[in-house]
Design a protein around this ligand. Sequence first.
Ligand code: GLP
Length: 261
Amino acid sequence: MQVIIRDTKKAAVELTAALIAHQLQAKPTSVLGLATGRTMEGLYALLVAMHQTDGLDFSLTVTFNLDEYVGLPPTHKNAYRYYMNHHLFDKVNIDVRNTHLPKGMASDPEEEGVRYDAQIADVGGIDLQLLSIGESGHIGFNEPLSAMFSRTRVKALTPKTVEQNAPLFDTPEEMPRFAITMGVGTILEAEKCVVLVTGANKANIIVRAVEGPVTSMISASALQLHPHCTVIVDAAAAAALEQQEYYRWIFEHDPQWDRFR
Ligand code: GLP
């Protein structure tokens, strides 16, 4: 795992966008794993701007999102399908048939999870998986005690996650208590993982995820097992990290970061 600290949220988002652009330029047929949430909104806005001004090309890109709420139709304004269309897919030259999310309205959500993993395998797996971390330590909706080898399936959401996301719904009661999420094992199979975490409200959880022990109580800590995982944080989210000086040194001196400085 590598941790990169950028002073501002803007700089953290810019570096993440640069890594994605680099991936798409190197391999236009890339399979991207995508995330939702407030953290990603600025990133998608920047990718849209890069498409409009620099011609960043999504025409051959295939995407698989991490998760979807159970019971929300794709047209619901809190459905992650709606979010993705609104923030990214409608605004770039991606073929919408190449964009995938678990189907929250599937008549058999467990079967939908099995189908989704098979679909990812059919395209040869994910090249770059984008992630953020919820305050419960989840990646996707892998709440505490999600098995390290778990596959895409239904998970019950913790009170912490409900508290974090319910304000996004018109009435808090409307928020589903279940989601279909890629499993921790599914996520760990991606070729590369890029994790974007910003803001002081994530400072405590990022320490536990990155510098704490690997534990299923903090699903994000499983990323320590991944051979190519880059965590990009702003200074606010990095505030409690023990090895900040080391992480900053790496970004300034390691030649692999030359093109991104
Ligand atoms: C959401 C999503 C996650 C996301 C996380 C962070 O609920 N299921 O994939 O990364 O929680 O959300 P935010 O960026 O709003 O803090």
